[in-house]
Design a protein around this ligand. Sequence first.
Ligand SMILES: C[S@@+](CC[C@H](N)C(=O)[O-])C[C@H]1O[C@@H](n2cnc3c(N)ncnc32)[C@H](O)[C@@H]1O
Length: 320
Amino acid sequence: MQTSQHWNDYWLHSSSLSSFAEGTAAAGYQGELLAFWQRYFAALAPAAILVDIGTGNGAIAVAARQFSNQQQLAFDIHATDAANINPLVTFAHNAQLLDVLKQIKFYPCCPAEQLPFPDNSINLITSQFALEYANIELAVTELLRVLAPMGTLVAVMHHNDTQLAQDCLAGIKVLQLFLEQKPFFECARQLISSLIQQQLSAANPAIQRQCQQHNQQLLTLVSSIKQQLKEEHQLWFTDVMAKVAKLIMQPAEGALQALEKYENQYKANLLRLLDQRQAAFNADKLAALQAFLQQQACHFSLELLEIENQLFGQVLIIQK
Ligand SMILES: C[S@@+](CC[C@H](N)C(=O)[O-])C[C@H]1O[C@@H](n2cnc3c(N)ncnc32)[C@H](O)[C@@H]1O
């Protein structure tokens, strides 16, 4: 199973514990979603063995560890991901979090389709926006192998009808326009280069003309991108424009490197969004998964999950 380089890069550079979370939520899942997971932790025996698959920086594993410690239980917690994760290094600067992370065993480069656990050994397997990124039939077969008798798998998965999925589509549209269909970053690079040259050469009319030309090219391009966008694209559009405009307004040394860094970050972001769209459940995918699960030796349910009165995802629960 091949690991995607863009996920390796994401976790290497992310300072968030979970994906889809910036700001305060970057410290891990909270509120109703955390309460949802805690219900499953509460149903476990004191020395239960847990595995969080597709763990990223370990948000669900950390929630389980904190629950176990608060309740004075002794869960044995393992966290796997196909990507080359290394939360202990990523959060080396955060002593409190590091202390919790050290009480979890992480397995980088470990796809859900092939797990290093014995048969019938795990009491609870969790997955938050991860199982659906794997080959789901191979992964479920493997998860059923390692689940202990009476063990439970709980997977919260992307669903096409959520706000997150709509935002994903909006992001794909905007980033494809900026990165693929129009030479936006190339134009911005030319403009910033000529602005830097202009700063270095006092009042050179040829360079001034070049700046004006590049500026006009970029304005025309931005206006044509804008014409193709709707209200739901605005946040993505503003995000790219604000970063690039800042570099154009202050074309200092390092601006070209910063522009290249942004371009690469947006390229990786686009790949993650394309993965996410591919992973999300629709009626056809759901029917196929149901048909597959009916042939397995397990009980299962597939339900929609609402968090804070909004559709959040599709929950798969398997009981072995
Ligand atoms: C959207 S992130 C979710 C990460 C984490 N569960 C969270 O909620 O923050 C999806 C994760 O699935 C991982 N992934 C993709 N394919 C996988 C596979 N076949 N097996 C295990 N993990 C996989 C990616 O590397 C990525 O870390």
